[in-house]
Design a protein around this ligand. Structure first.
Ligand code: HEM
Length: 397
């Protein structure tokens, strides 16, 4: 029995190079706080881990543009928290979804505010993720050795788009319903597997109860798991490879992340979150009448971040709609995936990667113009009953 009551004297296995774990030694602190800290540190290495990351040296010239990643992270964490709070009151069935959202907005304490944070949060996330991608693009920070960081980022971007698409239907109002009818119809234009894909997404021929169940399951289970895993991988790679720094290396000593960059991050996060909260307080998220699949007149307009795609489809003649639904978006996605290998210039400076910057600017200009056109254009007044994508998106009746 002695071995069972014997006090363990086991020490953590030292690193083979003899250095302390994570290369961090913490100053000793007296008193019971110090004792508790030492106890946790000995078992988890938590404080050493945090200190190691706070001390991370940043190349000279890293500044405000490099704060967008952490703003995005904060917005996503808030989105998880507000999504969880909403799920406490939300009922994912056609009979109750709309009613439960109405109840959240009108009766639940802070319900309208939480719903506002989640609703406007998705727009903020979309805006910040695009700014983050643009910053990485113009800095050429996707180049060796950061190709994988970029690729994981591209996957994250797809997950964020899928979050937005699946979340849209959940409130089960007229706008959500008809936008999803049009959105899922796009799937049917995919060559060969199109009809099957649309059927799979909808859980049947029409958008109905099973579509809502599927979108809800994807929105609250599949996508969060994917996003958490991908974000963890992304942040691991960012820290492992360090931030790229300015395109023209600057003179001077590297600065530790704390307090310099952390201060900038804190300012940007506080301003960003302040703006989001102001939006949530001032602008109530819309809730149209409950979805009516029998086909009353309503505008199937997507959110602003999908308007570029929507306008592109309006430009396509019916026979060529596959260009707008599959070919052009597919080319943009493939271009993003292959970017680190397409751009063969050894320099990160925009002047030495002229064609990449030019193509990037053209794509940005086209997406921007189409989105702006969508925002400014009058929506069609009636939901077309035709099954063709182009007639439904153009609003031709
Ligand atoms: C969950 C979403 C994301 C989070 C939380 C995130 C977070 C971050 C953070 C904290 C950094 C370092 C600071 C900064 O550059 O802002 C960073 C850098 C980077 N991110 Fe993201 N990011 C996300 C999405 C994306 C996306 C969608 C892409 C590209 C498609 C991307 C590509 C990169 C690259 C290549 C770097 C390295 C930049 C450098 O070394 O200068 N990230 N990210």
């Amino acid at each position: 029995m002695a071995h069972l009551i014997e006090k363990t004297t086991e020490k953590p296995t030292p690193r083979s190079d003899g250095k302390p774990e994570r290369g961090v030694e913490l100053p000793h602190r007296a008193g019971w706080v110090g004792a508790v800290r030492d106890w946790i540190e000995e078992r988890t290495g938590l404080f050493g881990f945090i200190k190691h990351h706070l001390d991370e040296p940043m190349p000279p010239g890293v500044g405000w543009w490099q704060t967008l990643g952490n703003l995005l992270l904060t917005l996503l964490i808030f989105q998880f928290i507000t999504g969880f709070a909403l799920a406490m009151f939300y009922a994912p069935t056609p009979d109750h979804a709309h009613e439960s959202v109405k109840h959240i907005t009108e009766n639940v304490p802070l319900g309208a505010f939480i719903r506002g944070l989640h609703h406007w949060g998705s727009s903020f996330i979309m805006l910040v993720v695009v700014l983050h991608i643009l910053r990485v693009f113009f800095w050429g920070a996707y180049k060796k050795p950061r190709e994988l960081t970029w690729l994981v980022g591209v996957a994250i971007f797809q997950v964020i788009l899928a979050f937005a698409f699946t979340g849209y239907l959940l409130i089960w109002d007229q706008k959500a319903y008809w936008a999803t009818v049009v959105g899922t119809r796009f799937a049917s234009t995919v060559p060969v597997i199109g009809e099957w894909l649309m059927h799979f997404l909808r859980g049947g021929k029409e958008v109905g109860a099973l579509t809502l169940t599927r979108f809800y399951a994807i929105h609250i289970m599949l996508l969060p798991v994917a996003l958490v895993l991908l974000t963890a991988a992304h942040l691991y790679l960012v820290r492992r490879l360090h931030i790229a720094g300015p395109v023209v290396p600057q003179k001077g000593a590297p600065q530790p992340f704390y307090p310099y960059q952390l201060f900038r991050d804190a300012v940007v996060v506080l301003v960003g979150m302040g703006l989001l909260m102001t939006c949530a307080l001032l602008f109530k998220p819309p809730l149209y009448p409950v979805a009516d699949p029998s086909g009353t007149a309503f505008t199937p307009r997507p959110e602003w971040y999908f308007l570029g795609l929507y306008e592109l489809l309006k430009l396509m003649p019916p026979k060529l709609e596959v260009l707008g639904t599959v070919v052009i978006p597919g080319l943009v996605a493939i271009g993003m995936i292959l970017l680190p290998w397409l751009d063969r210039s050894p320099s990160r400076h925009p002047a030495y990667r002229k064609w990449v910057i030019d193509v990037g600017l053209i794509v940005i200009f086209l997406i921007g113009t189409l989105t702006l056109k969508g925002i400014l254009s009058e929506p069609p007044e009636v939901i077309p009953q035709s099954t063709s994508v182009s007639s439904s998106t153009t609003g031709s009746r």
